[in-house]
Write a protein that binds this ligand. Structure first.
Ligand SMILES: Nc1ncnc2c1ncn2[C@@H]1O[C@H](COP(=O)(O)OP(=O)(O)O)[C@@H](O)[C@H]1O
Ligand SMILES: [Mg+2]
Length: 388
């Protein structure tokens, strides 16, 4: 009897944010039973999971006991109690991607060391244990402005990253073990999502271009196909393949790159899970990133990553000035625009810059999709009656 794509299979997903929710939406098509572990039972995935287990992803006991309830454990965020995952694995529970790989990726210091060891192009860096260490290095001229400091662990959506341009910014240096990179003069940020199954089959999604909101350090708009030239796109794709193969990883790996002003391609960071830069694949690629993640971790044949239509994705972020029960404006007007697909994550409370949903616009022409996405951006506002 096949257990893989029926309700006999219990898939455990650590955390129930929007990525977990969209993963369950795909898993439901194959009738897989999805269990989630989240402290907040009202989390985005909570309303559609088969079973919601209340617990903290950083707590050994919560993660361990959750893993014992299911056939396979996967995750939608990096900040997880690794010891619990390793113990589960040693006791025969399938954990994918492998916890040893997560251990490397969840620490930006170990990630950088991996790139350096394997000759993968990335910006030069130094490791510091404390904020004081960084301040000392500045005063002894061992570190010069501008630079970017990143906490080794626990950062996401720009939290845990500080751009330090001059002496005045020293107050913004974060406390804790971190890496410091020189500030790249970025011309473009791109991403390639790649997937590998146990058989070693590898497939990559088309390269996307990410446009950032410099204040929030969040992706504001994503364009696919990217407008970079084919050579550069091919180079980035080959680096993504090199990384997933050298890691020997099974699952989905999102690789973020910088293209600097000289056209050089540098790896920024990777994430071993579905990623914000792949949301458009739901509508615009034959296989979505979420389906591909399932195919990879269940050792099924990987799906086609052929682009069906050009697409633009925008994140729906909480407007600044509002903090409370969410109220959306402009949804109906946006839906009247052809090719506009709205995704609301179901978060009950909005906060400034919180990711509350996204919109993908598909069109036969990329420029038309860009224009329509700009319109949607003006129309949809995520507010609350409660001001912050
Ligand atoms: N070395 C760097 N030089 C210039 N900008 C950077 C550098 N590192 C990060 N950034 C900017 O900060 C953003 C967030 O950094 P990143 O390491 O990707 O953290 P996060 O885990 O929050 O995504 C990047 O997408 C980029 O815009
Ligand atoms: Mg990033």
């Amino acid at each position: 009897m096949e257990k893989i794509v029926t309700s006999n299979l219990k898939l455990g997903i650590i955390a129930g944010g929007q990525l977990g929710k969209m993963l369950i939406q795909e898993a439901n098509k194959w009738d897989i039973s999805c269990y989630i572990l989240d402290e907040d039972t009202n989390c985005p995935a909570g309303s559609i999971a088969s079973v919601v287990v209340k617990g903290n992803h950083l707590d050994f006991k919560s993660v361990y006991e959750f893993g014992k309830m299911v056939d396979i454990v996967t995750y939608e965020l990096e900040n997880i109690n690794i010891d619990a995952l390793i113990t589960l694995q040693s006791e025969g529970v399938k954990v994918v991607p492998d916890p040893q790989i997560l251990k490397l990726i969840q620490d930006k210091g170990l990630q950088k060391e991996f790139y350096k060891k394997n000759n993968i192009p990335t910006s030069a860096y130094q490791v510091f244990n404390t904020k004081e260490g960084i301040i000392n290095a500045i005063s002894f001229n061992k570190l010069s402005f501008p630079f970017v400091q990143k906490l080794r662990k626990g950062g996401y959506d720009g939290k845990g990253v500080a751009v330090i341009n001059c002496t005045n910014d020293i107050v913004n240096i974060l406390e804790g073990a971190s890496i410091v990179e020189y500030k790249v003069e970025i011309s473009k940020e791109i991403a390639v999502i790649t997937a590998r199954n146990e058989k070693g089959e590898v497939r990559c999604f088309p390269t996307v271009e990410m446009v950032f909101n410099s204040k929030a350090n969040l992706v504001e708009k994503l364009i696919c196909p990217s407008k970079i030239d084919n050579d550069q796109s091919e180079k980035a794709t080959n680096i993504a393949i090199q990384i997933i193969e050298q890691l020997g990883m099974v699952g989905l790996l999102a690789v973020e790159f910088f293209i600097d002003v000289n056209g050089e391609i540098l790896v920024n960071e990777v994430a071993p899970r579905p990623h914000n830069s792949g949301h458009h694949t739901i509508e615009s690629v034959i296989t979505s990133q979420f389906e591909q993640h399932l195919r990879a971790i269940l050792n099924l044949p990987l799906g086609s990553t052929q682009l069906k239509l050009p697409a633009v994705m925008i994140n729906l972020l909480g407007e600044s000035g509002y903090d409370g029960p969410v109220l959306y404006e402009g949804l109906t007007e946006s839906m009247a625009i052809e090719g506009v697909k709205i995704h609301l994550y179901g978060k009950k409370i909005t906060k400034p810059n919180r990711k509350m949903g996204h919109v993908t616009v598909v069109s036969l022409s990329l420029d038309d999709a860009i224009e329509k996405a700009e319109k949607v951006k003006q129309l949809i506002k995520v507010k609350s009656w409660k001001k912050s």
